[in-house]
Design a protein around this ligand. Sequence first.
Ligand code: SF4
Length: 55
Amino acid sequence: MARVISDECIACGTCQATCPVGAISEGDKYSIDPETCIDCGACEAACPAQAISAG
Ligand code: SF4
């Protein structure tokens, strides 16, 4: 199961640097590639907008 980024995303980019497998892509809202995510939770802990949750 991969984490997902909700509409609460403010596109700050904080999560992208925390991902150990490079699963997070930039955009108007950031997104997580479910094929790459290992569900470690690092990004969820780092998100200042609480936009990341278990998918
Ligand atoms: Fe990357 Fe871990 Fe977040 Fe998945 S849960 S996107 S592997 S930091």
